[in-house]
Design a protein around this ligand. Structure first.
Ligand code: GDP
Length: 326
């Protein structure tokens, strides 16, 4: 039975990846931070097969111990302070966890190493936020980075140090540059879920308005369930490499709101939406659109869920959850 160790197990991608790897017959270990972590307790029923392992991305000895204890074949580093808006307020914490945390994970992997004929394979969750103020359209693996937030800056460090450890120590380390990926498990702080949840609640009479920030942006949004397959595929190749994972399409903030509201039968969404400065960011990423050709050609990866399908799935989920509250 292959063994996989996942950081960020309680997050959206951690849950999708655990499910996916369990389906492939893996023994799945999830790193759990803190004492009696309420997020992990909440997911125990849904993921009884995930073996919790204590550890913290801020604490190298805990990561080394986790590697020694679990002896994984594959390590997926999905743990991070992942919300761009929060990273402006907690920039140092973001640099420590989202940036330096990668260095600590790589060091733990390097120190413990794995069996000589079967070294640990490492996946780094990199992000399209690294492209920030984009230098070319669409963005690919060779597009220069220009991050626009402390989160983006920390992810650039994480990406670069992953490539550096691969080149310096011959680690099997891959960096997946994933564009925004969403789904019913997305946190309510992210714009897609905030919008689909509000559309459902407004439809059900539980909420009167939706307050947003800047709507003049475009994102390449895919489905998280499709994207975790790409992570796994990267670690099954003969050679480690970096890949952009994206849909190749971009959609605006207004399109997102309009689509989510039309899913609940509301055509005049403008009546319900108000903008507030408090949701605007000090610097914005205006346009992201990825070129997934390398992942498609070399990994044979394709996405299955398109943008309307994604929003439909998220609205249906929010209608179900919110109806149960009435
Ligand atoms: P990001 O691409 O990782 O920053 O993902 P988000 O879902 O947090 O934000 C996507 C875009 O939505 C950004 O350009 C935000 O500025 C914009 N946005 C507008 N209003 C909101 C809001 O109320 N919440 C969030 N999270 N983003 C918003």
């Amino acid at each position: 039975m292959p063994r996989a160790f996942i950081t960020g197990i309680t997050g959206q991608d951690g849950q999708h990846l655990a499910e996916f790897l369990h389906g492939k017959g893996y023994e799945v270990f999830g790193m759990v931070k803190g004492q009696n972590n309420p997020k992990f307790t909440a997911m125990r029923d849904e993921f009884p097969y995930v073996e919790p392992v204590p550890g913290d991305l801020a604490d190298l000895p805990s990561l080394v111990k986790a590697m020694e204890l679990t002896q994984p074949d594959e390590v997926y580093n999905l743990g991070a302070i992942s919300f761009v808006a929060l990273s402006f307020n907690q920039a140092e914490l973001t640099a420590n966890i989202t940036g330096l945390g990668v260095l600590r994970m790589l060091e733990a992997v390097r120190m413990v190493g794995g069996a000589q004929n079967n070294p640990i394979r490492y996946y780094q969750a990199s992000s399209s936020e690294m492209f920030g103020k984009v230098r070319e359209i669409p963005q690919n693996e060779r597009t220069p980075f220009h991050p626009r937030s402390p989160y983006g800056c920390a992810k650039v460090f994480g990406h670069d140090i992953t490539v550096n450890y691969r080149e310096s120590y011959d680690l099997y380390a891959c960096s997946g540059i994933l564009f925004n990926h969403e789904g019913p498990r997305r946190g309510l702080e992210f714009v897609t879920r905030k919008v689909t949840n509000a559309a459902a609640r407004i439809k059900l009479g539980l909420q009167e308005e939706l307050v947003l920030g800047n709507l003049d942006f475009k994102r390449d949004w895919g489905y998280a369930g499709d994207y975790v397959k790409a992570m796994w595929l990267m670690l099954q190749q003969d050679e480690p490499d970096d890949y952009v994972v994206a849909t190749g399409e971009t959609h605006s903030g207004e399109e997102l709101v309009s689509l989510a509201f039309s899913e609940v039968g509301i055509d005049d969404w403008q009546r319900y939406v108000r903008q507030d400065q408090k949701f605007f960011r000090p610097a914005e990423v205006d346009l992201l659109i990825g070129d997934p050709s390398k992942a498609q050609t070399k990994l044979g990866w394709t996405r299955e869920v398109d943008f309307p399908g994604l929003i439909k799935m998220m609205v249906a989920n929010d209608l179900r959850i919110e109806s149960a509250k009435r």
